[in-house]
Design a protein around this ligand. Structure first.
Ligand code: VGL
Ligand code: ZN
Length: 212
């Protein structure tokens, strides 16, 4: 294929490349650190880069430890809907919440923090899991004239998926670089996550689709 050109209307949005989502972290994604090299390469080619950072207060509602009797990866009903419970992760200011030390994106223009409200989780870079509390990213993108959001990072089936689908809902083109992402789930759940994104009009491709 001819490949995709990168334009001034594109933003590379790098999802949650944080220590806790990498091997050795409390919510490690298999091969999570393998996204660092392709993201650094892509980052050098995108004039505009933004990062998301999962950023929870201690005792956050998404932590299993906040719900006695529950274990990580249980799903419970919260006022805004079903919520997967996680090990404590990405606690504000902790080493686990810091970006992976190998991430090399000094020209990143924005860090969007999410999940900082005690009682609402946030996978999407655009809005919290209640689907009503915006992060401000859509307004930022519109005001700066970005038209296309190109996503990479962690995790494919959570932050990347919800951010990509919301990008479409907020009126942007959305594109996921699959081999610059890693997922929490595998198998059918992973295939379903990809299918949901495609159904929402998200293009799924790979680093090689951006020719040098
Ligand atoms: C995420 C699980 C827990 C994500 C955040 O952003 O992918 N996943 N917190
Ligand atoms: Zn989280």
């Amino acid at each position: 294929m001819a490949g995709l050109a990168i334009s001034a209307n594109d933003l590379l949005l790098v999802a949650d490349v944080q220590n806790d989502f990498c091997p050795g972290g409390t919510l490690a994604v298999a091969g999570g650190d393998a996204v660092v090299a392709p993201i650094n390469r892509l980052g050098r080619r995108f004039p505009h880069v933004a990062l998301t950072q999962d950023w929870h207060p201690p005792g956050h509602t998404s932590f299993a430890s906040s719900h006695p009797g529950h274990q990580p990866f249980d799903t419970i009903d919260l006022p805004y809907g079903p919520q997967v419970l996680w090990p404590d992760h990405c606690v504000q200011g902790s080493p686990g919440a810091a970006f992976h030390p190998g991430l090399d994106l000094p020209h990143a223009e924005l860090v969007i923090r999410k999940g900082f409200r005690q009682d609402i989780d946030s996978y999407s870079a655009f809005r919290d899991n209640d689907r009503r509390t915006p992060t401000g990213l859509a307004g930022y993108l519109r005001e700066r004239g970005f038209r296309r959001v190109v996503l990479a990072g962690l995790a494919t089936d959570y932050c990347v998926r919800f951010s990509a689908i919301d990008a479409r809902e907020y009126g942007f083109e959305a594109l996921v670089i699959e081999d610059a992402c890693r997922a929490i789930a595998g198998g059918d759940a992973y295939i379903q996550a990809l299918g949901e994104m495609r159904a929402a009009g998200v293009l799924i491709l790979n680093e090689a689709d951006f020719p040098a």
